[in-house]
Design a protein around this ligand. Sequence first.
Ligand code: SF4
Ligand code: FES
Length: 235
Amino acid sequence: MAKMIINGHEIEAKAGATVLEEARKLNIDIPTLCYHKDLSSFGACRLCTVEIKVKGKWQLAASCQTETAAGMEVRTDTDNVRESRKLAAALLYFRYPQAVVVRDMAKKLGVEVQAAAADSQDCILCGLCTRTCHEIVGVNALTFKDRGLARDIEEPKIEFNSSACIGCGSCAYVCPTGFVRMEAVDGKRIIWDKVFKMASCQVCGRYFAPVEQLEFISKTTGVSVSQMMTCVSCR
Ligand code: SF4
Ligand code: FES
C-alpha cells in the first residue's frame, strides 16, 4: 500500500496498481480506448492522460501506464488534462473520421464532429486483439507488424498467422470497432478469412466451439477432446 493523493483525496494505493485503476476505484471518469483491465497496458490512445506532480511541477502522463507510488499527487480534471485528452481524441478522429467508437469519444471530449457519410468499422490500432490473443488465449495468431513513428497509419498493420489461430473468436469479442469479423455458416466459423470446422455438442447438437480450439485446450490441459464434446448449457 502506498499513500498518495488523487484530486485532493488521500488514498492508499494497492502495490503495483496504476493511476487509472486507483482513480476508477474513486469513480473518477477517465476515458480510454486501448485499455482493458485484464490486459497489459499499451499506451496507444493517450485519452487517459492525467497530471502528475514531479519535482514540484505538474506533468502530463498516461494513467494506464503510470504505476502509483508513495507520495504521488495526481489531478484528473484540470484544463490542461481536458485539452490534452481533446487533442488525443482529435488526432484519432482525424485518422478515423468514420469509426463510430472514435466519433463518440471525440464528441464526448469536446471535438467538433461532422456528420459522417457512412459509419465505418476501421481498425484503430488499439492493440486489444493482439494482447488478448497473446496474454489471455496464449497463442500468437495476431501481431503488430510495426509500431514505430514511421508506421503506415493508413492501413491496419496487424499480421495474421493462420497456422497459429485456433478460431476462438476472442479478438472479435474484444475489438471495439467491429473490424474483426466472425461469421457462422453451416457448421463452420470464418474469422480472418480462415474457415474452422465447428464441434457440435453430443447432447443438444448445437455447434459450440471450433475443433482446433478444443484440440488446443486438450494439448495444454491434458483433457481429451472427447471429454469436451458437451456445450456449456448441457454440462
Ligand atoms: S482489430 Fe479491433 S481490437 Fe484489433 S487493433 Fe484493430 S480496432 Fe483494436
Ligand atoms: S487507455 Fe491509456 S493510452 Fe489508451
